[in-house]
Design a protein around this ligand. Structure first.
Ligand code: SF4
Length: 162
């Protein structure tokens, strides 16, 4: 399952960014997160491009350049298919190789401690849904498989031409 984006539905409200950060806080609550000494970091980024709002997030690529570039072995793929630098063969040493090779620019730094930070799917609820997807009011974000997403795209397209 992947977080895939219906870009035409994004309002740019940034609810996904907020939910992502809160889900990665100690307290897991908005009020608690605001008071934490080490501010939790979002791992999804909503950008304005012209008139459009575009959420960018980790695609957990099959051929993940961040895994190949990681010099310590920290960046790895879990049995569930999640690409993460947490719980790998060695700790992340903050060399930023993964930051430099990620084509989407969705790996960032935690300044305190020189550690790369990225989507780790550490935000799933009891139904296995990521926090960003739960928070999106327009369903711009979907947690789905690529073929289901493309099937819905085809149906949407056909509705416009028939
Ligand atoms: S929550 Fe949904 S609509 Fe709001 S910025 Fe994120 S993707 Fe866009």
């Amino acid at each position: 399952m992947e977080v895939l984006v219906n870009m035409e539905r994004c309002l740019g409200c940034r609810s996904c960014e907020l939910a992502c950060a809160v889900a990665h806080s100690e307290s897991k609550t908005l009020l608690g997160a605001l008071g934490e000494d080490i501010k939790p970091l979002k791992r999804i980024f909503v950008h304005q491009v012209g008139e459009k709002k575009i959420p960018l997030n980790c695609r957990h690529c099959q051929e993940a350049p961040c895994i190949d570039a990681c010099i310590t072995g920290a960046m790895h793929r879990t049995p569930e298919g999640v690409v993460t630098n947490e719980g790998g063969a060695a700790p992340c040493n903050g060399c930023w190789m993964c930051v430099m090779v990620c084509p989407y620019g969705v790996i960032r730094s935690r300044a305190a401690g020189r550690v790369a930070v990225k989507c780790d799917r550490g935000c799933l609820d009891v139904n296995g849904i990521p926090a960003c997807v739960r928070a999106c009011p327009t369903k711009a974000l979907e947690f789905t498989v690529a073929d289901d997403f493309s099937r819905r795209r085809r149906q949407q397209y056909l509705q416009t031409v028939l």
